[in-house]
Write a protein that binds this ligand. Sequence first.
Ligand code: NIG
Ligand code: FE
Length: 419
Amino acid sequence: MKNKQVLLSHSIYTAVDGQELVDGYLVIEDGKIAKLSAGEPSAAELREAQLHDFRGRTITPGLVDAHTHLVHGGSREKELALKLAGASYMEIHEEGGIKSTMRATRAATDEELLDKALTALASMLKHGTTTVEAKSGYGLDKDTELRILRINQALDKLQALDVVSTYMGAHDTPPEFADNASYIKFMLEEVMPQVKAENLAEFCDIFCEEGIFSLEETREIGEAAQKMGFKLKIHADEIEPMGGAGLAADLGAVSSEHLMAIAESDIPKMAESGTVAVLLPATSFFLRSENFAPAKEMWDQGVTVAIASDYNPGSSPCENLQMAMDMACLGMGLEPLQILKGVTLNAAKAICRDQEIGSLEVGKRADLTVFNAPNPNYIFYHFGVNSVTHVFKDGLQVLRDGQINQAALQRVIRAKSHK
Ligand code: NIG
Ligand code: FE
């Protein structure tokens, strides 16, 4: 295969301000974007390159899913009856929730955890995702948390998607600890230094919620994590308005996530600090909540808004980021181009990868997603189906006509093993 490729489309979404949509072509060379231009490629350009005719389809940067709880054991469909009977998320949490997944995760072998996550990643790829953030937090003891983070690292090398690892021991206090204070001491003194020493996670995340970790506890864990060299994320204001978003801004966290119950006065604080709002509308839907995060207000006030799946076994068992995109449109009222930015450039910002991925700009990695849609609006309008037909990872066509292209996939994996 020639290492130069030309992709034609009438609808190329770049995520670049002021030139979001290009009717033209894109050149990939050596796995990078080499050119993006309106109009037609020249005869000379075509002679040199392999041609992909995507006219009638929309090309976007590869989708970035900036919030998932990828590695876990078991599943919780038992909770469906409780949900239908009207139980709230916190009522289910008290019945088992996170702790039931914790038990299943502790009991699972590395192979079982790895296989389950690989299946989820293959599904994400078929739905257009090329990079995923993955949080630990279903082990809670030292051994299982370290296992999950090592699996995150192994997963990165075993398949096409890049996996960005986050330590989230502060997802809940496990039953073997008498109180939050003793568990926090254990994380700070025994687990996090080891995570850092083995370089198993770039980020640290904390579930700041009534009945989970208080605002003061979140500050304590967050400041300690930053001192150790972790970048910070906070699950904030998901159910109760705790002031978590304001704290994230105060601490200079990279992102604060969920935000369904964010205080209005915290929105300008996030805009000012540049803390990315990672919003999870599929979670609102799955929790049967009428509450979506105030995405439009945040956008209008200058907050960087990303949209993610929150893939996890309790509040969003869904690998398909397009589902969250549809909910962001019809549930939150965001515009198609805002959402596309939310799952590309802004999502890349939420994981500090915006220098290399997230937009179609010369020099960036050629991670691309192709939708069976003649324009961006159609992606959102024709809902409930998988609209992704092709995916390129570092210039290699790993998904072709909806099918995994094994030869390209193996080349991506080989290239990763040399990194
Ligand atoms: O992001 N909010 C905290 N954690 C997950 C769900 C956890 C669970 O129910 O297993 C979330 O929604
Ligand atoms: Fe989450």
